[in-house]
Design a protein around this ligand. Structure first.
Ligand code: FES
Length: 546
């Protein structure tokens, strides 16, 4: 009686609750997360669907993570949001949950939380923005923003033009318009079977976004009846489907960390071999920035995730179940590619292999990643001398100086940017090109760090070096002038320094002081795992004692 009475204070009549399933709508709406700022409208559409199917819909907020504002990085708070989602679901009397996400970390955080809570769940991403236009060219947020910023840094765009870019690069609601982390993770949520088919790529302002949200509300009620929980959908085979799609889409390197963390919540161990094995056999077909030319809007019109999945159906576990109760194979059977320029044919892929290569070697004993589809072919095999930045502040202080002692063969190394060192493993890995080399017309060089990189970035950038420097990984002892060997074809990243010298340097290595002594930051530093383990907290995966 008390629960009913208190809910009636929200204005519900007495018969609303009788025998009806309760569907929570977990909303990451926030005016501080511009990419998710339209999600209350999406929530209203979900409610219509829940009510139409005989349920009650109750919307609730959690912390939201907006890439543009949160410092030092949203990644520091992904696990906090995942805990918020998990405990909000578990603590309340919900029969199912609809997850509304958009901006980069909101998708993995919700999937991690929902996986651990394991009640029936369905995801509705907010969709990508529409493209902006500047001087007749369509702009991909992030990717083109960086290219234009380099023009501004070198005086080839003036203040007025730069201000015009600001006005048009993010012109509608929704998340970034390229295959960045948000587009990647929402597409992979669909590949995992956690959204209705065709849901992920519908642009945010498109009326079909609200229509599919309503259908998702209806599906949430049906999930309860079917007792279809995330652990029955997100199986090892479903994760292999998601990795296959990650490669076919040329998706963000961040997805390696997020998929590993989501899988860990369900007792599925993913490691570098899973990603690399699938990468080698999967062609990259999505011709979308930053690997290709087009934008998310174009991918949607070309058929979106279902069309890409149809084109690589032989590489997928088609028997995997999805939230509509049908299998992946059934869902994509009738999908067709509408534009071969955007979703390339198998016999004419954008790249023969997947977008991401996993590296190992004496500089990265526990692995590192490179987005080979967004790198320069002539640098994929490269031997060069390191120029080391101790941290991001040092890099920022030097990168535009004319006396920075680097040339086109130099390998830029930056440390103290990992999970504990950043802290939170910020997206600092895309070290800007030194201004003096930009002026010489050079636009890429090898860059290595223990940071992550925005999915919208590009270049020959090695990321996620593990163990990170702050815990004494070999990255900690690289010195300016040391030779480094990168060989992407053989998946090698080596520091060409004698082992005895590496051991000597490690003996005198001193860990940097921790960034936090109290609060959530302390919890994070005490429990975050390394990049190769997904950066989840060690007590949150499904096997915390191993
Ligand atoms: Fe939110 Fe790019 S800033 S997706």
């Amino acid at each position: 009686m008390a629960r009913r009475a208190w809910l009636r204070s929200e204005g519900f009549p007495s018969d609303v609750f009788d025998g009806k399933p309760v569907v929570g709508i977990c909303n990451s709406w926030s005016e501080l997360t511009n990419c998710n700022a339209h999600l209350r409208e999406v929530a209203a559409a979900v409610k219509r669907g829940v009510i139409a199917s005989g349920g009650i819909a109750l919307e609730f907020p959690t912390i939201s993570l907006g890439e543009m504002f949160m410092q030092p990085t949203t990644m520091l708070f992904r696990n906090l949001m995942a805990m918020d989602v998990e405990e909000s679901i578990r603590a309340n009397p919900l029969d199912a949950v609809v997850l509304l996400c958009g901006c980069d970390k909101t998708t993995p955080a919700q999937l991690m939380g929902a996986a651990s809570a394991n009640i029936p769940a369905i995801m509705v991403p907010g969709g990508p923005m529409l493209a902006g236009t500047f001087r007749g060219a369509r702009l991909g947020s992030g990717t083109d923003g960086r290219k234009l910023f380099d023009l501004y840094r070198t005086g080839r765009l003036n203040d007025e033009e730069w201000s015009e870019v600001e006005s048009c690069i993010a012109r509608t609601s929704g998340h970034c318009t390229v295959m960045g982390t948000a587009s990647t993770m929402t597409s992979l949520a669909e590949a995992l079977g956690m959204t209705l088919p065709g849901c992920a790529n519908i642009p945010a302002p498109d009326s079909r976004r609200l229509a599919i949200a309503e259908l998702s509300g209806r599906a949430a009620v049906e999930l309860i009846e079917a007792e279809l929980t995330p652990s029955l959908i997100m199986t090892r085979e479903a994760f292999e489907n998601a990795i296959t799609m990650l490669m076919a889409l040329g998706g963000s390197t961040n997805a390696v960390i997020h998929l590993t963390a989501i899988a860990g919540r369900l007792g599925v161990r993913l490691d570098a071999r899973d990603f690399d094995h699938i990468s080698r056999r999967t062609p990259c077909l999505a011709n979308v920035k930053p690997s290709g030319e087009y934008l998310m809007e174009d991918l949607f019109h070309a058929g979106g995730v279902p069309a890409v999945m149809h084109r690589i159906a032989d590489l997928l576990h088609r028997e995997c179940l999805t939230v509509n109760g049908r299998t992946v194979g059934e869902n994509v059977a009738s999908a067709r590619v509408q534009d071969d320029a955007v979703i390339r044919p198998r016999e004419d892929p954008l790249f023969a292999e997947g977008g991401i290569a996993m590296l190992h070697g004496s500089l990265a004993p526990d692995g590192a990643v490179i987005k080979q589809t967004a790198a320069s072919p002539h640098l994929m095999q490269h031997r060069g001398r390191a120029h080391v930045f101790e941290n991001r502040e040092e890099m920022n202080a030097w990168i535009d100086r004319d006396d920075l002692p680097v040339d086109r063969n130099t390998i830029l190394v930056m440390r103290n940017c990992g999970p504990k060192g950043g802290p939170g493993m910020p997206e600092w890995g895309h070290i800007p090109m030194p201004r003096k080399l930009l002026k010489e017309g050079l636009n890429d060089m090898v860059r290595i760090s223990d940071a992550r990189m925005s999915g919208t970035s590009f270049g020959t950038v090695v990321l996620h070096v593990a163990p990170e420097s702050a815990v004494g990984g070999p990255l900690a002892i690289v010195q300016t002038g040391d030779e480094i060997i990168l060989d992407v074809a053989s998946r090698k990243l080596d520091l060409s320094v004698p082992e005895a010298e590496v051991a000597r340097r490690l003996r005198v290595f001193v860990r940097p002081k921790p960034h936090y002594h109290r609060g959530y930051g302390r919890l994070f530093l005490d429990h975050v795992t390394q990049a190769n383990a997904g950066c989840d907290f060690d007590f949150l995966d499904a096997f915390p004692d191993q």
